[in-house]
Write a protein that binds this ligand. Sequence first.
Ligand code: C5P
Length: 339
Amino acid sequence: MMVTVRSFAKINLGLSIGALRADGFHELGTVYQTIAPHDVLRVGIAKGSGIEIRCPDPRVPTDETNTCYRTIELAMAALRGKGRVLLEIEKRLPVQGGLGGASSNAVAALLALERALKKPLSAVKKLRIAAEVGSDLPLFLVGGTVLGVGRGEQVYPLPDLPSTYCVLAAPEIGISTPKAFADWDAIMAGPAERRSTGQPGAAVPMRNPGKLTVSTQSDNIVQFGRTVSSWLSGSSGVPARGRGRAETPLLDLVRTGIENDFEKVVFPKYPELREVKRVLEREGALYASLSGSGSAVYGLFGARVEADQAAARLRKQGIPAQTTATLTREQYWKKIFYC
Ligand code: C5P
């Protein structure tokens, strides 16, 4: 019997990149949000041993380089599971889109494996395996609106933002996350006073414009912490009045000035992505941003009709775009398993 699961995508509502650590990762602060678009995975146990991954999409590796492989390997060891694990991936999400597709697949495979073996792993063990495999995996063990710190792998459930219309634009550009981090480092290595154009050695305008001194990368993370804290404590500044109840917490977050630092390295390289963000803003998005290191760009909308118009406008310009919605934690967990 195969266990079928939905492997949902995420977007980042703000992403601050901090200092490069001794282990080669960067300090990170972000708010993850799960969204409805998903891949479909089927997991079964057969006689024998080993792991077999099947996916007709040639962009998805089916060997041990697939994030699912290592996750299943660690989970089988932790569960003392017996048999040959079969995993089928029906790819619907963009590959290298900044939507966490590969990480989500790995967590969905882990959850399906527990069901297939009828052996549960403790939440702590699952979080440990997920963090060992990749920075973006643990968020998918929480779902909804999630705070990510450390290298992104330390996750904390946040009060859920109410489900919101989301226009997801997925231009056919694959962006390598390690490369985007390297580009960020190249910029940060440049003289501080010249950081402004997003070119290596040139300047990144840091948030907190009221500050006179140029921010360091550690300041960036501290500032992110303050921003999220002020949002959570309801003192983010101007209250978002005159809007629907669903929009208010989101508007409160947006008004804190959250940004995705990857835009500063990705937009100069791919100006067409900046243009997608502008279209979404012009069409009335409450907030629009690159997701992760891209190339997906999303816009959050208060009304379905506005969202549909924005998606239609992008499609007219040749950009694949769809209206979807964010998923609260409850919706996420309700929809993961098919039955
Ligand atoms: O953790 P994950 O395998 O997704 O990371 C892929 C690569 O992205 C890492 O090898 C590293 O180069 C980069 N990365 C980083 N800082 C992070 C997360 C990822 O530099 N916080």
